[in-house]
Design a protein around this ligand. Structure first.
Ligand SMILES: [Zn+2]
Length: 340
């Protein structure tokens, strides 16, 4: 397994220091699976200010479609063959069709009746219950033989900087036969790796990271937690790989609990940096895929300029899909370690 990086250096003269020359290092890392590149730079310190959310929470609650009785009156219902009960429920959580579908089998699941849940206030139990509700949907569409029941995926945009259009916490739950770009590229690359080495890439990655320790966070049950070598996020990514699971549907209730446990730790760690928003995506193969491993990425989202609301994604990422991380993942790993 190769962890390749190209070192770069920028020389500039500083007018505040009598035009003294200084050299600033940066690095271009190559993802060991896909060859995707990620730039590592020293852009700024990983510290942000969490604003007061009181006004935002208050002003959005009255019209929130997921609050009060609205979640079971204004949200759409599934056709009879998918869910005769219309919407699927578990306690105060409701799963219903996504009104803005980007695939045939798209749903949204609320994480309960609370309009705002601070990032550090999600209990393991609550996350497990939400994941179990999503799993019920995945199993249902598989049982009826729906042609899109191939890749069961949960995505989470938490709070507006991550792309969430609502404050009310909710998961994007969908099953699709069309693997999204990065997941497809990973699956294709994992097939080639398996063919070449007769081994599973993800098993080798976890073994390597456990051995070197630089980016390793810990193992909970059969889920290994790592800092990604070539992260997508500006403050690094947390990667979780579940041993022995190829597909989302291979996850046991114990795995869901371990995943929820690790996620609450990641949330607490980034909260300490002043970050209050993130993306989380499931990456899944198909059942029985020997090259695949279920994994997820937790990627904190923040701002390039918080006072202007400048998002942490600019032209480089949006149009080149080239990522920027503002510190070395190994440095970020040390900031996260105390929480694992
Ligand atoms: Zn709400």
């Amino acid at each position: 397994m190769e962890f390749h990086a190209v070192q770069k250096e920028t020389v500039m003269r500083n007018p505040a220091k009598n035009m003294a020359e200084r050299s600033i290092p940066s690095e271009i890392r190559v993802d060991p699976l896909t060859g995707r590149t990620a730039r590592i730079c020293h852009f700024m310190k990983l510290a942000w200010e969490k604003p007061a959310f009181d006004d935002l929470v208050k002003s959005t609650a009255a019209s929130c479609p997921f609050c009060d009785e609205r979640v079971t009156s204004v949200t759409p219902c599934f056709p009879e063959e998918i869910a005769p009960e219309g919407r699927m429920q578990s306690g105060d959580m409701v799963l219903f069709p996504n009104i803005a579908p980007y695939d045939s089998l798209g749903a949204v699941a609320t994480l309960g009746s609370a309009h705002y849940v601070p990032m550090t206030s999600f209990s393991i139990h609550r996350l497990v219950e939400a994941f179990q509700l999503a799993m019920r949907f995945f199993r249902r569409v598989k049982e009826i033989g729906h042609p899109e029941a191939v890749y069961p995926i949960i995505n989470w945009n938490y709070m507006p900087p991550s792309g969430s259009s609502l404050i009310h916490p909710h998961l994007q739950v969908f099953a699709t036969s069309s693997a999204p770009n990065l997941m497809r590229q990973e699956l294709e690359a994992a097939v080639l790796y398996h063919r070449r080495h007769q081994r599973n890439f993800w098993d080798d990655l976890v073994a390597h990271e456990q051995e070197t320790g630089e980016r390793y966070l810990g193992t909970i049950g059969r889920t290994a937690w790592l800092s990604a070598y070539a992260p997508m996020g500006v403050a690094g990514d947390v990667l979780a790989v579940v041993e022995g699971a190829a597909c989302t549907l291979d996850l046991t209730d114990g795995d869901l609990e371990d995943i929820a446990d690790g996620l609450t730790r990641a949330m607490a760690a980034y909260d300490a940096m002043g970050i209050y928003s993130f993306n989380m995506n499931f990456f899944t193969g198909e059942p029985g895929d020997r090259h695949a491993r279920f994994h997820l990425l937790f990627s904190p989202r923040t701002f390039f300029n918080q006072s202007l609301g400048t998002p942490d994604i600019g032209a480089l990422r949006n149009l080149f899909n080239e990522t920027l991380c503002m510190a070395y993942p190994e440095e970020i790993n040390r900031m996260l370690q105390t929480h694992f």
